[in-house]
Unconditional design. Sequence first.
Length: 229
Amino acid sequence: MSCVIIEGLKVSFAGREILHGLDVKFPANKISVILGRSGSGKSTLLRSINRLNECFDGYRGDGEIKILINGSLVSVFDIALTELRRRAGMVFQSPNPLPMSIRKNIAMPLNLAFRLSNAETEKIIREKLEQTALWSEVKDRLNDSAMSLSGGQQQRLCLARALALQPDLLLLDEPTSSLDKAAANKIEDMILSLKNKISVIVVSHSLQQAEKLADYLVTIDDGYIKEGK
Ligand SMILES: Nc1ncnc2c1ncn2[C@@H]1O[C@H](COP(=O)(O)OP(=O)(O)O)[C@@H](O)[C@H]1O
Ligand SMILES: [Mg+2]
């Protein structure tokens, strides 16, 4: 079963073609890694899945992308964008916590997406902070600004925030590249713990990281898929 099926994907910006007609299928409930050099089109491929490229001036796209939602494959062009972005949660290269408290970083998006009681919200906050190995580090200062956290903690908070929305698919764009080795290791272990629970697609430029994480590995070179295995 695939969680994402991409067919004939072409993307260009301002008339320059970046992705040249890609066909790729990512397996459900596995960790897929998109590996490639800087500038090869990895982020553009990932952003095609949640239609984030459409935010950029000069974008043109062609092709079909289907994602697995509640057991059915649905075109990303047939889903409301807010729904798509919740189902396909994303974490970026540099941590981007909201400029508010640690608690609100999870509570605010959660309460926009679902109607929950305070007790339910608190329960999910705790669960997701435990899942990202942050709970013991922040439980006594949930009302402190998220900006007071280290880079690695901020990135784990961003993962917790994405996971709280119960995504079917997690898109991670070089999630450890701004971190030191110890902080990167924690994130990698967290990603591995998601295996067989949800579908994860991670962009990486590190072969070592790809080999550690990947159930399925796709290499991209200058906007072409080189190999998938
Ligand atoms: N919003 C954009 N506008 C114009 N060019 C872009 C945009 N995003 C990416 N590109 C170009 O697309 C190519 C691939 O970029 P990207 O997908 O970010 O590669 P990677 O993530 O592999 O480093 C690069 O040449 C980059 O300059
Ligand atoms: Mg990139």
